[in-house]
Write a protein of this length. Structure first.
Length: 234
């Protein structure tokens, strides 16, 4: 039995959604999965396995930030998971991204300490799995969801003391900022797993234009995101 995801091999499906928020893990399991079994509640990191349209699938919360994400992904790989889709939220860095819209990460700039720790200072570009990307793009088109595809950045700082950092990221063409994708992509690459990252824009971070999505709109957007992710799973 693993240390933080208290489960045995076979308890999780080979494909797993990874929300950061444990409440979203429970919501996805309750709203979309059949024959659901709770697999983990250690440290509040709720995890479930069930079926979506007859296919086995799991959903496991990672908590906030790259350190816990790396721990959870490492242990899920030990338990037999082979494909991951992070389903989370992000702050937009481009004016073309509206609140509640979806962002699909092609790559994640590793501005977090966990990814740098794995890389030992060597240059590396954490990227998503192409087949998962392709499936998500087609699933989004199938339900008419607006999808922005491009590079994002992963950071350790939710409350960043540098007010100019968002501007610099934006100028480099990064679509959005979040806290987990670079570590997910890096661990998956090292361990021979597949990973993708689909996000809801929950905040806009464009200079003086800083807005937060309403709770009800966020809940609806999270359900759209989960539906797209599940429809794209192999």
């Amino acid at each position: 039995m693993s240390i933080h995801v208290r489960a045995e091999p076979g308890d999780y499906a080979e494909t797993c959604l990874l929300p950061g928020d444990p409440n979203r893990a429970r919501l996805i399991a309750d709203r979309f999965l059949d024959d659901v079994v709770e697999r983990n509640r250690e440290r509040g990191l709720l995890g479930y396995t069930g079926r979506f349209q007859g296919r086995p699938v799991s959903v496991q919360a990672t908590g906030m930030g790259s350190p816990t994400t790396a721990i959870v992904v490492e242990e899920l790989i030990e338990l037999g998971v082979r494909s991951f889709v992070r389903v989370g939220t992000c702050g937009s860095l481009q004016p073309s991204l509206g609140l509640g819209e979806l962002v699909l990460a092609q790559a994640a700039t590793p501005a977090d300490g966990t990814s740098r720790g794995y890389l030992d200072g060597e240059p590396h570009a954490p990227v998503a799995d192409w087949d998962l990307l392709h499936g998500i793009v087609h699933a989004a088109k199938g339900v008419g969801a607006k999808l922005h595809v491009g590079p994002i950045v992963s950071t350790d700082l939710f409350y960043d003391p540098d007010p100019e950092r968002d501007r610099r990221w934006s100028q480099r063409g990064l679509l959005a900022v979040e806290m987990e994708a670079a570590a997910l992509f890096t661990v998956a690459a090292i361990r021979g797993a597949r990973a993708a990252c689909l996000l809801v824009v929950s905040d806009t971070l464009m200079g003086e234009r800083r807005e937060r999505i309403a709770d009800s709109d966020l809940a609806a957007a999270v359900e759209r995101m989960a539906a797209v992710a599940l429809a794209a799973l192999p």
